[in-house]
Design a binder for this molecule. Structure first.
Ligand code: ATP
Length: 361
């Protein structure tokens, strides 16, 4: 059974809590990405699963078996590192075959396995070359081929694509995702690249300061962030997070105020959860605004200060209520800097967070 489970795992380096009370379950065939800013504890968590770091507290299970006391070699995992760790004096074929030297296989079996892994990763033509004689993408694929050649119980990837250029990264994201789908193993990928996580993960675990803040599908993380940190971390351009106050004016409709701006928004069930006139944060993604033809009680107004063309869309930086609000509009909406625009928000896409930053359901 290919599963990974962390139960209440913490790791201290002296007084620094690098990982705090982590609970994580990765099912067979599932890919979970650990995503978060630098220093949040992603790599330490992965290294604890691999056995390269001992947990200070808590339990690690692989395939349902507690592995805290097992060495990395006895955990039946394969790990792909950021720096590939290929042996420069061995050919690509010998590098891929390396994990098999510990298994009692005949030469023919070993060669057949290497060939199969090389075919899967499109490396057949470079098998006889040294790592220094192949392209960066081929080195990366050789590292992945070495990981899959032994058919381990689960896979761990540490920033696998960070050394590739943008175009190659995009190709490799798709290839690794396809490979993992076919292999059906529990996989954990560490990344600080949200696009990588959103495209490759079945679920994403967002970490901050050693804590897992939210674990959910890419869609749920994006559409229903559990708190303001996750809301601000996921999505480009970043979600607008605006401190505001709230007054209900009629059944299901609220008046929201920030700076000198006031506007009405349909809030339905959320109205009961928010205490009126208390400060809260409302989150709205830049693409959830619509430019209105005229000012009304449902619009906020602001001056377009900066315009950034983004291809099919344009990013406006709008000064409204003393704040800078990011608004993404279709490319054909053109206004000069200094122009005042009026914006409505799609109520279905507005998220509310209480004074502690937690999402209001
Ligand atoms: P990055 O994306 O920059 O690699 P990360 O999220 O993977 O960061 P970790 O490498 O897990 O973060 O580090 C978490 C914290 O633990 C950091 O503050 C780091 O400085 C600290 N740390 C990691 N390894 C050690 C160590 N061996 N000794 C002391 N502190 C460590």
């Amino acid at each position: 059974m290919s599963t990974i489970e962390l139960k209440n795992v913490s790791k201290y380096f002296g007084t620094l809590a690098a990982v705090r009370d982590a609970d994580l379950s990765v099912a067979a065939g599932e890919t979970v990405c650990l995503l978060g800013p630098s220093g949040c504890g992603k790599t330490t968590t992965l290294r604890i699963v691999a056995g390269l770091e001992a947990a200070s507290n808590g339990d690690v299970f692989i395939g349902g078996k507690r592995v805290n006391d097992l060495s990395p070699a006895d955990r039946d995992i394969a790990m792909v590192f950021q720096f590939y760790a290929l042996y420069p004096s061995l050919t690509v074929a010998e590098n891929i075959a390396f994990p098999l030297y510990y298994e009692r296989l005949s030469k023919a079996d070993r060669e057949a396995r290497v060939r199969k892994a090389a075919e899967t990763l499109d490396l057949v033509t470079v098998l006889d070359r040294l790592p220094g004689q192949v392209a960066e993408g081929e080195k990366q694929r050789a590292a992945v081929a070495r990981a899959i050649v032994r058919d381990p119980s689960c896979f761990l990837f540490d920033e696998p694509l960070s050394r590739l250029d943008v175009e190659l990264r995009q190709t490799m994201r798709g290839q690794i995702k396809e490979l993992l789908t076919n292999l059906s193993k529990a996989t954990v990928i560490v990344t600080h690249d949200q696009l990588e996580a959103l495209t490759m993960a079945d679920r994403i675990a967002i970490m901050r300061d050693g804590l897992i803040e939210q674990i959910a599908s890419p869609h749920a993380i994006f559409s229903s962030p559990a708190n303001v940190f996750v809301a601000g971390f996921i999505g480009t351009p970043q979600m607008n997070l605006i401190e505001a106050s709230f007054a209900e004016v009629a059944e299901g409709e609220a008046e929201i105020a920030f700076g000198d701006q006031q506007f009405r928004l349909s809030v339905n069930g959320v109205a009961q959860a928010l205490s009126k006139s208390e400060t809260f944060t409302f989150g709205i993604r830049p693409r959830a605004f619509t430019v209105a033809a005229a000012e009304s009680e449902h619009t906020i107004s602001g001056t377009v200060e900066l315009i950034e063309p983004m291809g099919a869309e344009t990013l406006f930086h709008v000064r409204s209520g003393g704040l800078e609000v990011r608004v993404v509009v279709p490319r054909d909406i053109r206004v000069p800097p200094g122009h005042v625009i009026h914006l409505t928000c799609d109520p279905g896409q507005v998220r509310f967070f209480d004074a502690d930053g937690r999402a209001v359901q």
